[in-house]
Design a protein around this ligand. Structure first.
Ligand code: GRF
Length: 207
């Protein structure tokens, strides 16, 4: 079994997808040990509590600098023996101290087909607005390993979603979540915790 920490900042629908997968027996090797929220009062933290999972709030603004924030995160995770950190809509930057400590053991979900529509500022509705503005007919979601740069690192899995002519950014955001994010993120957690997703063999994983 591998202990997993999920980092969240908001609604937590991706966390819910992981919780549902666990409930359905689809994450046999994963123990969901801890949820870390970057803001107080998130719906995501409530979801964790409903499943009896420890949750903690660590806000970047409560720390003097990135290094102090990273130290606080490392301190909180330490007793849990975490083997995988999942960024599920976590909007706070992780510094090199944290990323190095969990090198190749941090994955992130991003709501576009990276490298397009990724990087600093592409969060929330922004990637979907950009996809529509660019007139794309296909978008999707990406699970990738995390480096100290935004939305960088080896791609583990991508899933495409068709853009409808009538789509608004809000409608697209919802469909990308339902048709891609909520499927590929739990699947990558499953493969990683089973040791079937080596970071040395990234690429198209079957979902
Ligand atoms: C998702 O679109 C995710 O890809 C992005 O932030 C959003 C988080 O949604 N990184 P939720 O909190 O999981 O509902």
């Amino acid at each position: 079994m591998m202990n997993v920490a999920v980092f969240v900042s908001g609604g937590g629908s991706n966390l819910q997808a992981i919780l549902d997968a666990k409930q359905a027996g689809k994450l046999p090797e994963a123990t969901l040990s801890l949820v870390v929220a970057s803001r107080t009062g998130t719906k995501a933290a409530l979801r964790a509590q409903a499943y009896g999972i420890d949750s903690v709030v660590l806000r970047r603004k409560d720390y003097a600098d990135q290094a102090a924030y990273d130290r606080a995160l490392l301190h909180v995770l330490e007793p849990y023996g975490i083997g995988l950190v999942v960024l599920a809509g976590f909007l706070t930057k992780l510094g090199p101290d944290f990323v190095c400590a969990y090198e190749k053991r941090i994955m992130n979900i991003h709501p576009s087909l990276l490298p397009e529509f990724g990087g600093q500022g592409f969060y929330g509705l922004k990637p979907h607005e950009a996809v529509l503005a660019a007139g794309r007919t296909v978008t999707g979601a990406t699970v990738h390993l995390v480096t100290a740069d935004y939305d960088d690192g080896a791609i583990l899995c991508q899933k495409e979603v068709t853009v409808m002519p009538s789509d608004t950014a809000e409608a697209l955001q919802l469909r990308v979540m339902k048709e891609a994010e909520h499927l590929i993120l739990p699947k990558m957690v499953d493969l990683f915790t089973k040791g079937e997703l080596s970071s040395d063999t990234p690429g198209d994983q079957k979902v």
